[in-house]
Design a protein around this ligand. Sequence first.
Ligand SMILES: *[C@@H]1O[C@H](CO)[C@@H](O)[C@H](O)[C@H]1NC(C)=O
Ligand SMILES: *[C@@H]1O[C@H](CO)[C@@H](O)[C@H](O)[C@H]1NC(C)=O
Length: 394
Amino acid sequence: MKVALVLPLLTCAAIATPVSIHDTAQSPFGAITAAKYPGFDLDLDALRLVQFEGQTEPVLVTELAKIQAKAQGVAFFDVTDTLGLGSRAHLRDAQKTFPAPRHPDGVHSVLENLEIQNLRENLEKFTSFRNRYYRSDTGKASQKWLLGKIKEITRNSASKTLRDVISIQEFLHPWPQSSIIARINGSLTADDGVIIISAHQDSTNKWPYLPAPGADDDGSGTMSILEAYRALIASDFHPERAVEFHWYAAEEGGLLGSQAVAQAYEDCDVNVVATIQFDMTAWVKNGTREEVGIITDFVDPVLTEYNKKLVELYLDIPWVATKCGFACSDHASWTKAGYPASSLIESQWENNNREHAHTTHDRYDVSEEFSFSHMLEFSKLAVAFAVELGGWQR
Ligand SMILES: *[C@@H]1O[C@H](CO)[C@@H](O)[C@H](O)[C@H]1NC(C)=O
Ligand SMILES: *[C@@H]1O[C@H](CO)[C@@H](O)[C@H](O)[C@H]1NC(C)=O
């Protein structure tokens, strides 16, 4: 993948003329005095190209207008740097099929190695950064911490032969926080397929300069897949085809990190076989049944059915089908690129933790509804996805 880790050079000659420049006087956040907030590299007047639901052409808006739209609950792609994403999707539109799950022994051997305590310890540290905003110093520091933790886990948990086929890299962006990619190469050299398991590492408050612990959104998904990665390599998992773990930067800026990665993979014609995104895995709303929310819109329907089977086979809780809307998380970038994408959430959409998401209260200690054992169910699913789709000749 080293070859793919080059920022795509895009010509921006096709940028549309401005159709809407936001009037900063209407800011719900009061007077804009960004200078009061050191440690941010954020130009509220910068122009961004944004694709909203139902629009065929992106529109030019200011960074501030983008932030305000998000604060009002509107989801979008910021396509400024990735205008070409999906331009070759039509070449990949043959529906992929997935073989029936066939590695129960392998999956169970890894599930035994999952440890709930790791979720707690790592999330405690990860939420101690003031925020993980992708254009902030603390968002850069949290990313560096995560990178160091992945390297430490790999040093401590992987056998020598496994370490030799693992690469851990930062995918650089035009903003401070990098995305992180950990790759376990496949043992079958004839198979150039890649399985991708992902979460987003950044957090935000509705007003980005404020603290944003982001325990559930998406510290939880970040840690669910990190613990899956640790248990897999501690079990000496040698996949037949490459398995990658992605922690995206800047999901909260309009799926920026995942679009950049998907664009690079598309440009390099990477054979992405299946992707799965974990965005919010901790909350079990009081009075509701504990379940895995399987997103059914803007995903690959066949892969989504496959995930239902994995839940039935390997998890201790049932699935429930639910929708999350346009551009709601990073799976949308892979769908746009024409690759099979799937996505999970902690509950039925109506029961998720949006009361606390994007506020200073998105912490793991605000309620008993924040559940580490629920997070661990998602680690199980990430393990099953890696083993069943990556293959494993033990
Ligand atoms: C993984 O495989 C790729 C593609 O075959 C190769 O370029 C890369 O060097 C390998 N990485 C490791 C760590 O073996
Ligand atoms: C959950 O609901 C029960 C009763 O419905 C209540 O006693 C309890 O305090 C609630 N717990 C939380 C964490 O809100």
